[in-house]
Every structure is written in structure tokens, then in C-alpha cells.
Write a protein that binds this ligand. Structure first.
Ligand SMILES: Nc1nc2c(ncn2[C@@H]2O[C@H](COP(=O)(O)OP(=O)(O)O)[C@@H](O)[C@H]2O)c(=O)[nH]1
Ligand SMILES: Nc1ncnc2c1ncn2[C@@H]1O[C@H](COP(=O)(O)OP(=O)(O)O)[C@@H](O)[C@H]1O
Length: 206
């Protein structure tokens, strides 16, 4: 049986640049890990493609998935549901491939409970002023929603200590390199190849 893949979770406050950094990681290509496309009830934005950016569904469809235990985790975020379909993750990890999730903080903490051996990376803004100016600059939210997101962000930043790594998103390319370095290093950790060592030591004892 293939060694089970590694789960990589990128999280952090809204507006810090998770989406931007994740897109840059996958646009660069050459990755030996795959992206788990989330499910959401929010409306697609200009240019977003169903099944690529998100699986866009109705509230009723999302609630059916929850009732059928189809979600690894989900969260209600600014009046919409966002969640990770469980089936794709389990299949992909079982095949031995590493899976990359980009999710908000509540969801990341639910995943951590269920899959504690994953690698948990928290993306931080250089400071709060920069965070607000990114949210305003993105221009996708009203000032009301931005204030709501900033309020949430302050509670979320306090969650940083529950992660394995904190990566500052000062410049997108630097953040991408730091995340890729972490993934490479995590693959080499002895604990992750332990089953092979255990097998080898068993063989040597015979
Ligand atoms: N818990 C959870 N959060 C998600 C998931 N997919 C996306 N998110 C997060 O939901 C939040 C809102 O996403 P979105 O509406 O695309 O806006 P944006 O990422 O702030 O541009 C972001 O913090 C995403 O990281 C998911 O499957 N589960
Ligand atoms: N390193 C960065 N420097 C400057 N602006 C950034 C950086 N990373 C992201 N942004 C901008 O900040 C805004 C929020 O980024 P986004 O990826 O939507 O955040 P999130 O997915 O965490 O909510 C976007 O307008 C994006 O272009």
C-alpha cells in the first residue's frame, strides 16, 4: 500500500493574501501536491470557474452534504458556507498524494482536531494597517463587510500559536518560497517516513 499522503493546510485572516499566494503556488506548477477545491454557497466572482475555484452550490445542497457527513470541515463565513469535501481528500491521501487546503481559521482548527499529523501554516500580514488596505484595495467588499472581516481577523491572529509555522506575506513570491520550503522540509522529517524505518528495523531483527 502506498504511504498515505501529507495534508498541508494554509490558513490565516481574511485579506492576508491566502488566495493570492495559493494561486501563485499552483500557477508556478511543478508541485508534487494537489489542491482540494472547496465548496461554497457564495456567488461566483467575475472570472471564477465552477469546479476550479470552488464548487458553487446552493445552501440546500451544502446542507445536504453536511447531513450526509460529506464534509471534512465547514464554516459559515460572512453569511456563506465554505467547506472541504471529505471524499476527494481521503481518496487522494490514500493514493499517497499530498493535498493542499486553503481555508479560514475556524475550518483549519476543525481539521487539526481530525488530522493532527497535517502541516499547519498560518499566513500573517506584516501589520493590521496593511491588512485593511489590502481588503479595501481588493474592492470586492463593502466597508461594512470589511469592518466585519477586520474584526474577525483580530480574533484569528490570536490563533496563530495553534499552527506549526507562521509565514509573513510581505511579498507574494517570498511567501510562496517560504511555504514551498516548509513543505520540502516536512517531507524529510523522520516521523513522516517512520513506517518504512519500522519495517526496515523489523527486517534487520530477523
Ligand atoms: N473553512 C473553510 N474556509 C474556506 C474554504 N474555502 C475557502 N475558505 C475561506 O473562506 C474565506 C472567504 O473566501 P472567499 O469568499 O473566496 O474570499 P477571499 O478568500 O477572502 O477572497 C477565505 O478565508 C478562504 O480561505 C473551505 O473549504 N473551508
Ligand atoms: N504580498 C502582498 N502584497 C500586497 N498585496 C497583496 C499581497 N498578497 C495579497 N495581496 C492583495 O491583498 C488582497 C487580499 O488578498 P486575497 O488573496 O484575496 O486574501 P485572502 O484570500 O486571504 O482573503 C488582494 O487584493 C491581493 O491582491
Amino acid at each position: 500500500m502506498a504511504k498515505r499522503g501529507m495534508l498541508i493546510v494554509l490558513s490565516g485572516p481574511s485579506g492576508v493574501g491566502k488566495g493570492t499566494v495559493r494561486k501563485a503556488i499552483f500557477e508556478q506548477g511543478g508541485n508534487d501536491f494537489v489542491y482540494s477545491v472547496s465548496m461554497t454557497t457564495r456567488q461566483p466572482r467575475e472570472g471564477e470557474v465552477n469546479g476550479v475555484d470552488y464548487h458553487f452550490v446552493t445552501r440546500a445542497e451544502f446542507e445536504t452534504e453536511i447531513a450526509n457527513d460529506g464534509m471534512l470541515e465547514y464554516a459559515q463565513y460572512v453569511d456563506n458556507y465554505y467547506g472541504t469535501p471529505l471524499k476527494y481528500i481521503n481518496q487522494t491521501l490514500d493514493e499517497g498524494h499530498d493535498v493542499f487546503l486553503e481555508i479560514e481559521v475556524q475550518g483549519a482548527m476543525q481539521v487539526r482536531e481530525k488530522m493532527p499529523t497535517g502541516v499547519y501554516i498560518f499566513l500573517t500580514p506584516p501589520d493590521l494597517k496593511e491588512l485593511k488596505s489590502r481588503l479595501v484595495g481588493r474592492g470586492t467588499d463593502s466597508l461594512d463587510v470589511i469592518d466585519k472581516r477586520i474584526e474577525t481577523a483580530i480574533t484569528e491572529i490570536k490563533m496563530m500559536e495553534n499552527y506549526d509555522y507562521a509565514v509573513v506575506n510581505d511579498e507574494v513570491n517570498l511567501a510562496v518560497d517560504r511555504i514551498k520550503d516548509i513543505i520540502r522540509a516536512e517531507r524529510l522529517r523522520v516521523i513522516r517516513v517512520m513506517p518504512e524505518y519500522t519495517e526496515m528495523i523489523g527486517e534487520l531483527g530477523k
